[in-house]
Design a binder for this molecule. Structure first.
Ligand SMILES: NC(=O)C1=CN([C@@H]2O[C@H](COP(=O)(O)OP(=O)(O)OC[C@H]3O[C@@H](n4cnc5c(N)ncnc54)[C@H](O)[C@@H]3O)[C@@H](O)[C@H]2O)C=CC1
Ligand SMILES: O=C(O)[C@@H]1CCC=N1
Length: 264
């Protein structure tokens, strides 16, 4: 058993399906989930195998802890003392510090990661914070897993809440903007399917320009904004509604919530 995903919910499934798409054999991936129908669903959809936590602890090379933060203590307590000697534990939970993980699993190699759901389509972005017990080879192994489903950076824990506020939670902000734009198109008389197709492809095109043009977001926005034109009118309205300030506040609220969760 190469990888065991403990808590095969939204993010656990995004990672494992991204790994399978990148060439990891489904038979190398096991899942542990408290909700039996979810295990059956993922076994059927991806060809992975449901196991119990004891089997994952005793056999998996890498255990990816992908339960909700408040479910983490119960999992850590069950794992403590049952992990095999070379086990590598990767926690993706927001607000669960390395210190808390390491105290629950003394002597175990632990790495903290903040991934995001675009891993599902091989376009993920992840931050990696190595724990003190993790070897360079183990950190490389984690980075290889994340790079197989997108990109990653090694960072320090002090920056992980800020990283969560951009890449971890960020996809939700963009989906929210997409929803609002689609609604705007419907208000202008477009059908919902037409508005959805226009907005989705505009996101694809704009994202590709950000990734591939080598130009900054500012330059790309200026390229669209003709003097006294339509875009300038739209951006003026966004500024009048404080949208830029709202994003600054949203990023701050997200990072603050991550820090707060660490104390709960
Ligand atoms: N959803 C996202 O975009 C991201 C989530 N995360 C982190 O990933 C973790 C999971 O988040 P989601 O996938 O959104 O949650 P989710 O609720 O979709 O998945 C959690 C899964 O854990 C299972 N579970 C609960 N208790 C369990 C137990 N004792 N043993 C085994 N399985 C158990 C649930 O049945 C569920 O399938 C969280 O800690 C979150 O902070 C990190 C980055 C992005
Ligand atoms: O909303 C959350 O708490 C998780 C962490 C990052 C994205 N989703």
């Amino acid at each position: 058993m190469r990888i065991a995903v403990i808590g095969a919910g939204a993010m656990g499934e995004a990672l494992l399906s991204g790994w399978i798409a990148s060439g990891v054999a489904p038979t190398d991936i096991a899942i542990v989930d408290a909700y039996p129908p979810r295990v059956v669903e993922l076994e059927e959809r991806h060809g992975v195998t449901g196991v119990d936590l004891a089997a994952a602890a005793g056999q998996a090379e890498t255990l990816v802890l992908a339960v909700k933060p408040y479910q983490m203590d119960a999992i850590l307590a069950e794992l403590a003392g049952h992990l095999h000697d070379d086990a590598l534990v990767v926690s993706i939970a927001a607000g669960v510090s390395l210190d808390r993980l390491q105290k629950a699993l003394p002597g175990v190699s632990v790495v903290r990661v903040m991934p995001n759901t675009p891993a599902l389509v091989g376009k993920g972005m992840a931050g990696i914070v190595p724990g003190a017990e993790a070897s360079a080879a183990q950190v490389d192994r984690v980075q290889e897993l994340l790079d197989a489903v997108g990109r990653s950076i090694i960072t320090d824990e002090a920056h992980l809440d800020a990283l969560t506020a951009l890449s971890g939670s960020g996809p939700a902000y963009l989906f929210y903007v997409a929803e609002a734009m689609i609604e705007g198109g419907v208000h202008q008389g477009l059908t919902r399917p037409e508005a959805t197709a226009l907005v989705n492809q505009t996101f694809v095109g704009a994202a590709a320009m950000l990734a591939e043009s080598g130009r900054s977001a500012t330059v790309l926005r200026e390229m669209v904004t003709s003097p006294a034109g339509t875009t300038a009118a739209a951006l003026r309205s966004l500024d009048d509604h404080g949208v830029r300030a709202a994003f600054l506040d949203a990023v701050q609220a997200c990072a603050r919530r991550g820090a707060e969760m660490a104390t709960e």
